[in-house]
Design a protein around this ligand. Structure first.
Ligand SMILES: [Zn+2]
Length: 394
């Protein structure tokens, strides 16, 4: 085990322990009302090559001791404990080979209640290279559903989530992109082009269509996920460019005339408060996030000898997945069969895979020439495309 201590702290230590010889602790920390004592120290810190020391042993008055040093002084310390990488994922051996994921770069667009949970679950699975895209800051109304907590209020969501990921795995690399995507279209295309997989967890129609277009252009798989109004349910779409329907094939026509269904950002940091945040339980939203993560792992172990690749391709073969949390009147699913009464009918709390064909005339992934020859002029197609990309909420 390695203990990393800042240079500033070492200077502070030198000043206070000029006469000290060895085995002087740099930090003493009581946790959980004295049940746990964490003591950390560096021996021979005044020498030319500091040696990191770590040991265990009982200390009277404490139920658990994480390190045992002879305590001479306790200086507050910022400490980062870095375990060996092999220890982080020792309990998923035989199920998921984390080394298959470590070289994969994930781009996650949207760091809200869906994207932040996805990011944390992905790093726990073994992914180590992240690009996080969002320009929102963490608001009080976000906290109950977001992976981050009160200590991160006011921070960019990307940077707060980056700290969560590094706390789970200090070996991972996280790039934070605090962009308003409507102002940075070229940068968005660049991060999509550099990705192995893109996850889209934003409510914004314009962004979803834009990412879809870039992903199709550069041949990058994408997983789109969102909760429906009041988190009564949700859907997850996996796009394999040229192989499965893209976002526009399925949702292009649907969203042309339908307003945004999900939450709108509420900003107290430079924006205008125009609309209350869409209500919904984190519990109900997390089902969507976890399905996105499951599909992400499956996508990245595809064509490998992973244990997970032995059966999941048959189970998760559909491009689109639907989820219902409850049969809420006026919102959706109200006429479905109660879960307790049917194993065959559509019920809540089950994933439904939906097969869906590609649209041969799709403005994003379709064949423009064939569409034109079929009697639809290119000008007409381009106008349709423009109307789709404008998005209904922008
Ligand atoms: Zn398409």
């Amino acid at each position: 085990m390695q203990i990393v201590v800042s240079e500033e702290l070492i200077e502070q230590f030198r000043a206070r322990t000029a006469s000290a010889s060895t085995s002087v602790p740099l930090a003493v920390l009581e946790l959980d009302g004295r049940d746990v004592l964490r003591v950390t120290g560096i021996a021979e810190v005044l020498g030319p090559a500091p040696q990191v020391v770590y040991s265990r042993g009982p200390v009277p008055g404490y139920d658990r001791v994480e390190a045992d040093f002879h305590v001479q002084s306790g200086i507050p310390a910022e400490l980062q404990v870095i375990p060996g990488l092999q220890h982080l994922f020792s309990r998923q051996k035989g199920v998921l080979e984390s080394d298959l994921l470590q070289g994969k770069r994930l781009v996650i667009v949207g760091m809200g209640s869906v994207g932040s949970v996805c990011a944390v679950e992905l790093v726990k699975s073994g992914f180590m290279q992240f690009t996080l895209v969002d320009f929102d800051r963490l608001e009080l109304t976000n906290i109950a559903r977001h992976a981050c907590g009160l200590k991160d209020l006011g921070r960019y969501k990307t940077r707060a989530v980056a700290d969560l990921l590094l706390d789970k795995n200090p070996y991972c690399t996280v790039t934070s992109c605090d962009w308003d995507l409507t102002q940075h279209p070229e940068e968005l295309e660049a991060v999509v082009a550099a990705a192995d997989l893109v996850l889209v967890a934003t409510d914004n129609n314009h962004t979803r269509f834009a990412v879809n277009r870039h992903a199709v252009t550069h041949g990058k798989p994408v997983i789109f996920g969102r909760a429906r109004k009041r988190a009564v349910g949700g859907d997850v779409l996996r796009v394999r460019p040229g192989e499965t329907p893209c976002y526009q094939c399925i949702f292009g026509a649907f969203y042309r005339n339908v307003p945004e269904e999900t939450s709108q950002p509420v900003s107290a940091y430079g924006g205008t408060l125009t609309m209350a945040a869409e209500p919904g339980l984190a519990l109900d939203i997390d089902f969507i996030s976890l399905m996105m993560v499951k599909l992400a792992i499956q996508e990245m172990v595809r064509d490998t000898g992973s244990t997970l690749n032995q059966t999941l391709p048959e189970d998760l073969a559909a491009p689109l997945y639907l989820w219902a949390n409850r049969r809420e009147a006026g919102v959706g699913f109200a006429d479905w069969t109660p879960l307790s009464q049917s194993a065959l009918e559509m019920t809540i709390l089950r994933w439904y895979g939906v097969d869906y064909p590609r649209d041969p005339d799709c403005p994003a992934c379709g064949d423009f020439v064939s569409a034109a020859l079929a009697g639809r002029g290119l000008d007409e197609i381009r106008e349709e495309e423009r109307s789709l990309f404008r998005g209904s909420a922008d």
